[in-house]
Design a protein around this ligand. Structure first.
Ligand SMILES: [Zn+2]
Length: 568
């Protein structure tokens, strides 16, 4: 069934790419053409097709392209990962530059993987740089979380895509370079390219909008140096003075009108405490650090585009090496907010279980839900470095995850919403043999000490006396009688009868009580209770399994035995 859904997703994406929007009728037609064996099921399939088409029609071109891979493998790779211009193999240096102000989300995975993939495709160098010059929102735990999550993704990129080595080549912590940045600021002041402005913020904002200089613009170099030293020594409070780059107050790009480059932040830095109180703004630190650390191609998300001019102006005034700045589009997830601004209050008010709550798309949350780092890596590899913003449907990542898990994870029986069943004629102790995985020749043995099991209530609903079902790996049975809290079964005469519905079960006295949490919205879970087969007890936390007829899940807790549902 899941294979069919994947095929439908691909056909719908192809259809949408060709005609702008996918049509359920056309997709169903293509599906039947590709799989004539499904023709008898067309009626049941149409609702699935319709559901997929609705999802696909909301997606951006780029996500669609990721879903409808063309067959020409080589060319495809070049189209997804267009060559960088004017570069030599071995000479490319890229970086990821996260701010340690929260736990990384799926959105950060793109910012990590795009430069990493390019660095490895060109056998170049890849840097991890912490942009920690905004101390009010930064915490040490976030540095660690970023290292941990990024490591998992890069190691997965090496395993899944062969991009080696699957780690960063060097780690840089920006705040250690603050003294160097002060030195460069002083140089700008001495050159007459920067001045200290003590206008209140609202005046600065208004004058920049109007294109009017303030009284501080023409201060002497000596005066500016004196004020700058006062900023550093603590004679100004936060918001009372800032250093501005002298460019052009009538520049058509308002961002370019004497932008602030250093400001006072009176907050303790997670590494340096109160050692510093003057911090650079993003445009200053990013361009200086990229230039000084040898970055040849800086990838950043598109919203920084108006700032490129400011960054170039800073480099030129300081005579520092320039480099290519490449923009890429942002990722949003359909129906799930990615921003820390949204997630943080939910964590702080304990509506969420923490930053690793499986209901939110932090990398930690996704891993806890059972989404493999490999699936995330594969997804972004197929999406490419595109400049277009993309809306991602979690179903697509789930489909990739399933493809990776399906051939290897072991299968277990779990009975949701159970009802007791007795099996007349079954001699106990009896031994059932359940297949561990279709790809493996091995079976798991389950011993029954008494002829009683749990089976899913939902399977009993449609049964009537005389119907037959097969209890997986145990026996084919016939319904003798049904009461509200028990069903009475008896062994069938023909144990090899074909075409009998196969039902999962758990032994009555030894079934493991299981709680499954199905993440819905950031506020809610669906809870499914039931019994699983005894072998579940041998699993460890974070093991992945497939529950027969239900889907994939990750062991979250052993006592009480709790699973997080990943996807079908
Ligand atoms: Zn001023």
């Amino acid at each position: 069934m899941e294979d069919i859904k994947e095929l439908i997703i691909r056909l719908a994406a192809e259809n949408a790419l060709r005609y702008g929007k996918a049509s359920p009728k056309a997709v169903l037609g293509k599906l039947i053409a590709a799989r004539p064996d499904l023709r008898p099921k067309a009626k049941e399939l149409i609702s699935i097709v319709e559901e997929v088409v609705i999802g696909v029609n909301k997606m951006s071109m780029n996500s669609l392209k990721g879903l409808a891979p063309q067959r020409k493998a080589k060319k495809e790779e070049e189209r997804i990962w267009p060559p960088l211009e004017g570069v030599e193999e071995g000479k490319v240096v890229t970086r990821v530059a996260p701010e340690p102000n929260g736990y990384p989300t799926l959105g950060h995975a793109k910012g990590l993987l795009v430069p990493f993939i390019y660095a490895r495709l060109y056998k170049g160098k890849f840097l991890l740089r912490f942009e920690d010059t905004n101390p009010r929102v930064e915490k040490l735990e976030y540095y660690d979380a970023i290292r941990e999550e990024f490591s998992k993704l890069l190691e997965a990129a090496e395993r899944e895509l062969g991009l080696s080595p699957g780690k960063w080549d060097e780690e840089i912590i920006e705040s250690y370079h603050l003294p160097k940045m002060y030195e460069l600021a002083r140089k700008l002041i001495e050159q007459g390219d920067a001045y200290v402005c003590t206008c209140p913020a609202h005046i600065v904002r208004m004058k920049r909008k109007l294109g009017e200089p303030c009284e501080h613009r023409d201060q002497s170099v000596e005066k500016n140096l004196e004020l700058w030293d006062k900023m550093l020594s603590g004679e100004f409070g936060e918001g009372e003075a800032h250093l501005r780059l002298k460019t052009d107050m009538k520049h058509p790009n308002i961002t370019m009108r004497d932008p602030g480059i250093f400001r006072i932040v009176e907050a303790l830095h997670p590494i340096h405490g109160d050692r510093f109180r003057v911090y650079p703004v993003y445009d200053f630190s990013v361009s200086i650090m990229d230039s000084l650390s040898g970055v040849t191609h800086a990838f950043r998300s598109k919203e920084f585009e108006p700032h490129v001019e400011v960054q170039l102006a800073i480099l030129r005034k300081l005579g520092l090496r320039e480099y290519s700045m490449i923009q890429f589009g942002r990722i949003t997830i359909e129906g799930i907010p990615l921003s820390k601004r949204y997630i943080r209050p939910l964590v702080e008010s304990r509506i969420l279980d923490g930053w690793d709550d499986p209901r939110i798309p932090t990398l930690r949350g996704l891993f806890r839900r059972g989404i493999l780092p490999e699936a995330i890596v594969r997804f972004f590899y197929e999406l490419g470095p595109s400049k277009v913003d993309a809306t991602v449907n979690m179903d697509i990542i789930a489909a990739i995850n399933r493809k990776i898990l399906d051939p290897k994870v072991h299968r277990y029986m779990f009975v949701p919403d159970p009802i007791r069943a007795s099996i007349g004629g079954l001699i106990t102790p009896a031994e059932a043999k359940v297949q561990i995985h279709p790809n493996l020749k091995k079976v798991r043995k389950i011993t029954l000490n008494e002829p009683r099991v749990y089976i899913p209530q939902i399977d009993v609903k449609n049964l009537k006396v005389g119907d037959e079902i097969r209890l997986r790996g145990l026996a084919t049975v016939k319904v003798r009688s049904i009461s509200p809290d028990e069903i009475s079964l008896t062994m069938s005469e023909d144990q090899r009868k074909k075409g009998v519905k196969i039902v999962q079960w758990a032994p009555l006295n030894r079934g493991v009580p299981v709680k499954i949490l199905v993440p819905l919205t950031p506020y809610s879970y669906e809870m499914i209770g039931g019994y699983g087969e005894p072998a579940l007890k041998e699993l460890k936390v974070s093991d992945m399994i497939q529950l027969i007829r239900l889907g994939f899940a990750r062991v979250d807790q052993r006592d009480p035995f709790t699973l997080i549902f990943s996807h079908k």
